[in-house]
Design a protein around this ligand. Structure first.
Ligand code: PLP
Length: 382
């Protein structure tokens, strides 16, 4: 295991910038599948919920989230996963990126047992903010190697790193690989961490895009937090709403420091979040959109020696060239077809053979990909 290098070093930004320029020069324009920003609309009823909340939006909202917000989150967890949570086991966050980035630092403030440990364990191929959050807290970010199925290989964690670990991040369903942990796999991770007194935080922002996916909360709340975002589920990236839930004492302690630090979801956003959390029909529609796009692109890739060998979560494809080209070369091939993807190395060295394609362009644009790949291949041969 190695310490994670700085995220987004200048050479990576430059190289991705060059790919973007190539994709932009395509005669029909760029199809930008690089970043996981949803492109589809929020449900119509959101506007009403926001409008109704405006007369209430004068006073400072509660940092922990309104009673309605926390109850809507609890009801959603009970409905989807059959887990009942007390109201004080759930608290709001302003989207989840800020929570991921600040958690290791805040843990050091709330409990001296955490302060005595200086290591953040995270999947070796992962959302880069886990490593950033470690550095933000002055901690070591240590990669946990993944198995061939892109799951955490707990046996590969060095005991010395485990002894120093403040937190272990899981991400299921996973960005960028789409891998989904089963309930039994989550229970195993939790058991491993509990015996070593390491906090497990499971980032589950894509969970409702896979039918039947499990939450870490099914393993009980002790020493465990689950982190949920509305950004992907309800196309709420611009609204900034999420919540964390689990270990009651820790949720209480984090709520206190987060209030002092000013982490507050605005009242209209809380009202909108309550409305979308009470509805699953729009999520089903969204999931079906991603599934359709996924089929179009996987099939097209299959004609050009490119396979998806990640998991079933349909927001991202995790693609590999069967001819042995690495992720940068494959990204270049996509860019020549006007499609911008994220080279896998930007998520960790173990991802170097892959690219991540986010299915976040409207159907009409995604439907152009097969013909574009075919034309780019033709051109490269001529
Ligand atoms: C794994 C993961 N966690 C957290 C986030 C942050 O989402 P948000 O801040 O919109 O809730 C993202 C966004 O792409 C993500 O992929």
């Amino acid at each position: 295991m190695t310490a994670t290098p700085a995220i987004g070093p200048a050479w990576v930004r430059e190289r991705v910038g060059a790919l973007r320029a190539t994709a932009q020069s395509h005669p029909n324009g760029i199809i930008d599948c690089n970043v996981g920003t949803p492109c589809d609309p929020v449900p119509d009823f959101v506007a009403d919920a926001v409008a109704r909340s405006v007369p209430l939006s004068g006073p400072y909202p509660l940092s922990v989230g309104s009673v309605e917000y926390r109850d809507a989150a609890r009801a959603w967890i009970a409905r989807c996963f059959g887990v009942d949570l007390a109201r004080d086991s759930v608290a709001a966050c302003v989207g989840t990126k800020e929570f991921v980035a600040t958690l290791p630092h805040l843990l050091g403030l709330v409990d001296e047992r955490f302060a005595a440990r200086d290591t953040v364990l995270h999947p070796a191929v992962a959302y880069p903010t886990y490593a950033f959050g470690a550095r933000y807290a002055g901690c070591r970010a240590v990669e946990v190697p993944l198995t061939a199925a892109w799951k955490l290989d707990l046996d590969a964690i060095d005991d010395r790193d485990a002894d120093r670990a403040r937190v272990l991040w899981i991400n299921t369903p996973a960005n960028p690989t789409g891998a989904v942990d089963s309930r039994a796999e989550l229970e195993r991770v939790v058991e491993w961490a509990r015996t070593r007194e390491i906090l497990v935080v499971s980032d589950e922002c894509y969970v409702q895009l896979v039918s039947g996916a499990a939450t870490v909360l099914e393993a009980g709340g002790d020493g465990v937090l689950a982190l949920h975002s509305l950004s992907k589920r309800s196309n709420f990236a611009g609204m900034r709403a999420g919540f964390y839930a689990g270990d009651r004492a820790l949720v209480g302690a984090l709520t206190d420091v987060r209030r002092d630090a000013g982490g507050i979801v605005p009242t209209p956003v809380q009202a909108a979040a309550v409305a979308v959390l009470r509805d699953d029909a729009h999520v089903e529609e969204q999931r079906a959109r991603y599934e359709r796009r996924r089929q179009v692109v996987i099939e097209a890739c299959g004609h050009h020696g490119v396979v998806h060998d990640g998991g079933p979560m349909p927001f991202y494809l995790w693609l590999r060239a069967t001819d042995g080209r690495d992720g940068w070369q494959l990204a270049d091939r996509f860019a020549r077809a006007g499609v911008l993807v994220a080279p896998g190395a930007t998520f960790g060295a173990e991802g170097a053979g892959h690219v991540r394609l986010a299915l976040v362009q409207p159907d009409a644009r995604i439907n152009e990909i097969p013909a574009r790949l075919a034309a780019a291949e033709q051109e490269s041969r001529s």
